[in-house]
Design a protein. Structure first.
Ligand code: ADP
Length: 500
């Protein structure tokens, strides 16, 4: 096993070789005279520079994806697609540590986490989807007679047809994961892909594109164009040959994409912001709940769409729960993402570090009480303390808006007033994840059905698995990723009636 320092050296050398766009199976130069400097948020230094593409580059990439879909990948048999994707899985496993290191430097997510749990989820997901092509089948209905064709029998059947070229627009908080959890099901379905990574994390998708080529994916099936969201991203969304957009990011950008892509009725999967409720009943296993709140709360340095940013805790266990969270937060080591002892890394930009500090001080002036942390940690990296606030007024910004930083708000409730609890828990515009902590399964079931969220867990939070549909309701988005639903979202279902 390579040491952290060897991997960092290797990642730096690979990053130097990855500056161009990746179109039609090769690195090509952008037609814009523009670059993106990728900053390592642990040091504040530029560690890589890549070319930024514009509308002409998007057009080249989409046309190449379209050709490949029409003439090659879209015509391959399911077994053939599986064979290529399985070769890719092997290459991914061989390169997983290096990819984790590239992502850790680029995004500030802790390397030890990415090399273990992060890689595990990534490989599970890629293996899961690469097995789907030979398993998906349409339906046959019982032979039927229709009055418009008397005396004849009609066989009704449905078939799945891949949508065509998919535009995948990625966020920066889990770059490889998103490049693949969007790319792999699309390719498994027979679609071809143009990826637009986030400006902050442009590297791993380029590395992945090259692995696909090594695995034997035909040229043009997986293309990567870095660039500005409102330039390259917007061109991708508006391109007439792109049939589906899969996007993860902010609700605000999701709304722009829904409008731009909605003009020609593109298929869309939009995974947007969240403000997850985490409900702790008095009969919960408190240590377990506190561990999970701490883990999910500061996971990805708090920049996590399913962050349990609203902790609702029953009054009789409130003080004990707060004490546990304070103890766990005080044991966290915030530092460079790739330092061996770091348990939390920096925020993505200096701007975000100051933005989060502003959110915390506004919360305090709105009446929230600081229970732990709350400050910027001085240094070259963009670090911020794990932070816990007591929030009673549910109308203030900290109770309503997504923070996207390591800040949890804790509200007390009484178990004899469950109506107020549910009103508050559901009283936000988001609906991505929620959880309930209780030893009573009846309570768990009942609250799980009442909570407005796409994913509700009982005695877990943000449960994620390749086979488990994931997505939001309300302003958290539309569509589902993962599982059979995620795979089917890359197809049109055609109904065929054959009269004989
Ligand atoms: P965050 O707030 O987490 O930085 P954003 O929602 O701003 O996330 O961005 C997520 C992704 O959407 C990025 O790849 C970004 O470049 C892209 N993006 C931003 N604006 C647009 C747009 N108008 N059209 C398409 N993509 C966009």
């Amino acid at each position: 096993m390579q040491s952290g320092q060897q991997l960092i050296d290797q990642a730096r050398s690979v990053a130097r070789s990855l500056g161009a766009l990746y179109i039609n199976g090769a690195q090509v130069d952008s037609q814009l005279e523009s670059t993106i400097a990728s900053v390592d948020p642990s040091s504040g230094e530029v560690w890589a520079t890549v070319q930024a593409g514009g509308p002409d580059d998007i057009n080249r990439a989409v046309e190449s994806a379209h050709r490949c879909f029409e003439n090659d990948w879209g015509k391959r048999s399911p077994a053939d697609r599986e064979r290529v994707l399985r070769r890719f899985v092997d290459l991914l496993a061989e390169n997983a540590d290096l990819l984790a290191t590239i992502d850790s430097i680029d995004s500030g997510v802790v390397l030890s986490f990415l090399r273990t749990a992060g890689t595990g989820l990534l490989l599970d997901t890629v293996e899961y989807f690469s097995g789907w092509p030979t398993k998906l089948a349409g339906q046959n209905f019982a032979p039927t007679q229709f009055p418009n064709v008397p005396g004849r029998t009609t066989q009704l059947t449905t078939v799945f047809e891949p949508v065509g070229v998919v535009g995948a627009i990625l966020p920066w908080n889990a770059p490889s994961t998103f490049a693949l959890t969007k790319g792999i099901p699309a390719l498994a379905a027979g679609c071809t892909v143009v990826v637009k990574p986030a400006e902050q994390t442009p590297l791993s998708a380029l590395f992945i594109a090259d692995l696909f080529t090594q695995a034997g994916l035909p040229n043009g099936a997986y293309n990567v164009v870095n660039g500005a969201g409102d330039v390259a991203g917007a061109s991708l969304v508006k391109h007439p040959l792109v049939k589906k957009i899969t996007f993860t990011g902010s609700t605000e950008v999701g709304r722009i994409i829904a409008t731009d892509g909605g003009r020609d009725f593109k298929r869309m999967t939009l995974e947007l912001g969240g403000k997850s409720a985490f409900v702790v009943m008095d009969d919960a296993q408190l240590e377990l709940a506190a561990f999970a709140a701490n883990y999910a709360g500061y996971f990805l340095n708090g920049q996590f769409c399913m962050c349990p940013s609203r902790l609702f805790v029953e009054r009789s266990v409130r003080d004990a729960f707060v004490g546990m969270l304070q103890g766990m937060a005080s044991n966290m080591k915030v530092g460079p993402s790739y330092a061996d002892d770091s348990t939390m890394g920096p925020l993505i930009t200096r701007h975000d570090q100051h933005r989060v500090a502003g959110v915390v001080s506004k919360a305090q002036s709105d009446g929230a009480e600081l229970l732990y942390g709350g400050s910027i940690i001085d240094g070259p990296g963009y670090t911020f303390e794990p932070t816990l606030l007591a929030v009673e007024d549910q109308s203030i910004a900290i109770a309503q808006d997504e923070t996207f930083g390591p800040v949890l708000g804790l509200t007390t409730f009484d178990k004899n007033d469950m109506d107020s609890l549910m009103r508050n828990a559901n009283g936000v515009r988001y609906g991505l994840a929620a959880s309930v902590w209780t030893s009573d399964l009846k309570t768990g079931h009942s609250l799980a059905s009442s909570l407005q969220a796409g994913v509700v867990s009982v005695n877990d939070h943000a449960t994620t698995s390749a086979m488990f549909p994931f997505g939001g309701v309300k302003d958290s988005g539309i569509g589902r990723e993962f599982g059979r639903d995620g795979f089917e979202s890359f197809f049109e279902k055609k109904s065929i009636a054959i009269n004989y």
